[in-house]
Design a protein around this ligand. Structure first.
Ligand SMILES: [Zn+2]
Length: 495
């Protein structure tokens, strides 16, 4: 007799030469995946919310599960997901699982985050008003303390700090406008005066292999805003504390991307440089060359051969210590993102593109390191792959829980739309939306950049689908098709 013929739940125990049938009791087992201890910490901390989700899996899947005495459905694969009140007194979820024969119990206790009193935090004190300089890195200013992102000044930009509120400095833009920066992004230039005679006399454009450079002397490291617009296609530079004495703009008659430059001084100390383009921007950046500000406008890649010669940077989100989301049966987002990325890489390679991955290993990477790695490969596009999760307190049963696509720069919206359309068809999941969102991976100006959230890993049915190689193949195919239709549209626009 082979064991495969044995009735379910029975095995034979061999004692000497005797075979004695015993009933196997499937021992009930509960695996709570979330709430879980924080990364790099062994405490389980959830946000201070009235209700929260709890998920994981149980065996056997036909067992009856209750959490804090509320019955919770169990899926065929044993997964469960519940959204339940958070008991304020005990801060504990008690789970009870029972079959007709046996039962199991477990409990999950959690903490609420500790409030750090503001007056115990210390910040470097600046001697305001004072001149400051932006440090190397990915600097950002905000419209107000903790407000929306405003400017992204590169290393070496200087400004006048007017006042300090805890770890934020108020930076002068004009006599009527200011912006706020965290002290960690800047250093104080003790005794250095902030130049007040910033004047622009000329602008020089020069076309090189792969890009056009627009040089603006006399800016003297002033604060600026650099952004792109559509319809008409434009990269606009706003200079603060700068006065126009412009009477010379040198253009190239056959520049591949630049159409014309128009300047405008709408108010004192605000100078607009409108760089009008012949087609939509394919990325741009700024750098200081002594007192001149240099704007680089990327030329589009060769669009005549479909995906050929197109370098696509793939960012499998998370990795190493950053687990990202997790599913009820412990499928981790960092691994899942990598699987989809591998599939996308292979399909792009077969389609003739030059795919490059930001990571292949299970390594911890800073968000900006990912962008730097993509940039080092001269990427034409960046696709960041993720699977979504909800923040504590959000009821997954009242949400869309579908496929979402994210962009930040106007020059990325077309790529995002093409990819989102294809991805929705491939996943068959609800439309979570096409989002403008201030995410680090879609914030770079160097190339069109898009982040996809293929679905929600905490939803048991979706986690089960993500485990399927054929589902992941379909998603990768959709990303390839999205890129292809984007390139086709761009080619049509430029011809
Ligand atoms: Zn993620």
């Amino acid at each position: 007799m082979t064991t495969s013929l044995l009735p379910r739940f029975w095995i034979y125990t061999c004692i000497g030469s005797l075979l004695i049938p015993n009933l196997i009791i499937a021992v009930p087992r509960i695996d709570v995946v979330y709430p879980r201890p924080r990364e790099g910490d062994n405490r389980t901390v959830i946000a201070k919310v009235d209700s929260n989700f709890i998920f994981g899996s149980v065996q056997p899947s036909h067992a009856r599960l209750t959490i804090n005495n509320t019955p919770v459905p169990v899926y065929l694969n044993g997964a469960f997901l519940a959204f339940l009140p958070v008991p304020d007194s005990s801060q504990t979820y008690h789970l009870h699982l029972e079959t007709d024969q046996e039962s199991a119990d477990t409990s999950v206790s959690f903490l609420f985050p500790e409030q750090v009193p503001a007056d115990t935090q210390s910040f470097p004190q600046f001697n305001c008003p004072t001149t400051i300089r932006f440090l190397p890195g990915n600097n950002v200013t905000r419209l107000s303390v903790e407000g929306a992102y405003d400017l992204f000044p590169i290393e070496g930009t200087t400004a006048l700090a007017l006042s300090q509120q805890q770890n934020f400095l108020q930076i002068k833009l004009t006599p009527f406008r200011s912006t706020w920066v965290e002290t960690r992004f800047v250093e104080e230039l003790h005794g250095a005066a902030n130049p007040n005679n910033r004047m622009v006399h000329k602008i020089v454009c020069q076309s090189e292999s792969g890009f056009t450079r627009v040089t603006i002397p006399g800016v003297k490291r002033a604060m600026y805003r650099l952004e792109d617009f559509l319809d008409p296609n434009e990269v606009r530079l706003t200079l603060f504390g700068v006065t126009s004495h412009l009477d010379l703009i040198k253009l190239n008659h056959d520049d591949p991307v630049l159409n014309r430059i128009v300047w405008q001084q709408p108010e004192d100390e605000v100078l607009y440089i409108h760089i009008y383009l012949k087609q939509r921007s394919w990325g741009y950046s700024a750098q200081w060359n002594n007192d001149a500000l240099e704007i680089t406008l990327n030329h589009p890649p060769d669009l005549d051969h479909d995906l050929e010669a197109i370098t696509v940077a793939i960012d499998p989100g998370h990795g190493g210590d950053q687990f990202g989301a997790i599913g009820p049966t412990r499928l981790s987002e960092k691994e899942l993102n990598l699987w989809v990325a591998q599939e996308l890489y292979n399909q792009l390679l077969r389609a003739g593109a030059r795919p490059v991955a930001v990571r292949w290993q299970d390594e911890t990477l800073d968000l900006y390191e990912r962008i730097d790695r993509a940039r080092q490969t001269d990427a034409d596009l960046l696709i960041s792959i993720h699977h979504n999760a909800f923040a504590d307190g959000v009821n997954p049963f009242s949400q869309t829980c579908g496929t979402g696509t994210y962009y930040y720069r106007p020059h990325s919206v077309d790529l995002a739309r093409h990819i989102h359309t294809q991805l929705l068809k491939a996943t068959g999941l609800p439309d979570d939306g096409l989002y403008y969102d201030n995410l680090a991976l879609v914030r770079p100006t160097y190339f069109p950049a898009v982040l996809v959230e293929i679905g929600y890993l905490m939803i048991p049915e979706q986690e089960e689908r993500f485990r399927s190689p054929s589902f992941r193949k379909r998603c990768a195919k959709a990303l390839v098709n999205g890129i292809k239709s984007f390139l086709k549209a761009r080619k049509k626009e430029s011809s």
